[in-house]
Design a protein around this ligand. Structure first.
Ligand code: DGT
Ligand code: MG
Length: 242
């Protein structure tokens, strides 16, 4: 079968090692290439935990996570990394040049590919403004760039790997509304055939998603499009009004 990037969570329950109660209960959904699936829910609902199971930062205690029909615990980690890019909620930059930070995990990318990724991630102009461009130095933890710039560099880093599946964990929250909108428009072109799973705080980020999963206390309490959920989901309505 073609490795197109179909993601399936099948009755997944997850507890952190040593913890007594699960943070995710009976999670099931499928995300297909070309689709954007959004996950929304209050702080502590389990959104980051949910994403962490696909790249196997943790494994479920029950149920299965499948990538292209294969349980991820049967796949090589390198194979998962090649197909899945996670942009973490706390974007991580290390001490080194911007180029080093962008190539992380994919050394064969050309400079052109790095600039293309930066353009989509709305990071091109601030890198161009740096005296050394791609050679500009980032300090440990990225403390010499702003939170929004850090997020954009981490999004660009994910784009450089050209994955089949993108996981964005609250990756647009440090951006102003206009930059967020521009970035998502540019992303749409790039990720057209990919599977995109977005955790978001801002409703405007996810109104166009093919399906929105409303997570509450580790459970999917409602699912549907923005319009459907406005009609049917009190939890979603609360989030929209907050
Ligand atoms: P956010 O990012 O504040 O909107 O919240 P979520 O929805 O991303 O929540 P998440 O998945 O970070 O946390 C869900 C629950 O799991 C919450 O009660 C805190 C707990 N938790 C998160 N990370 C860890 C961890 O590394 N170890 C343990 N034991 N618990 C964790
Ligand atoms: Mg989170």
């Amino acid at each position: 079968a073609a490795l197109t990037g179909v993601v399936e969570y099948r009755n997944v329950t997850f507890a952190y090692p040593g913890a007594e109660s699960p943070v995710l209960s009976n999670i099931s959904f499928t995300a297909r290439p070309g689709q954007t699936i959004a996950i929304i829910g209050s702080t502590g609902a389990g959104k980051t935990s949910l994403l962490s199971l696909l790249p196997r930062l943790y494994d479920p205690v029950e149920g299965q996570v499948l990538l292209d029909g294969v349980p991820v615990d049967k796949l090589d980690r390198a194979e998962i990394t090649k197909r899945v890019a996670l942009v973490p909620q706390r974007p991580y930059l290390f001490s080194g040049t911007i180029e080093h930070n962008l190539r992380f995990g994919k050394t064969e990318a050309t400079d052109q590919e790095l600039w293309d990724a930066l353009r989509v991630a709305q990071g091109e102009s601030f890198v161009r403004e740096k005296k050394n461009g791609l050679g500009a130095r980032i300090s440990q933890g990225g403390t010499n760039v702003s939170g929004g710039q850090r997020q954009r560099l981490c999004i660009a880093r994910a784009l450089v790997t050209k994955p089949r599946v993108y996981l964005f964990d609250d990756s647009f929250s440090a951006l102003d509304v206009a930059t967020d909108a521009r970035l998502r428009t540019a992303l749409k072109g790039i990720t057209r055939d990919a599977t995109v799973i977005i955790v978001a705080q801002r409703i405007s980020t996810i109104t166009e998603a093919d399906q929105i999963l409303v997570l509450d206390n580790g459970r999917i309490v409602d699912r549907g499009t923005h319009e459907e959920l406005l009609e049917t989901s009190p939890t979603y309505q609360e989030i929209v009004e907050s």
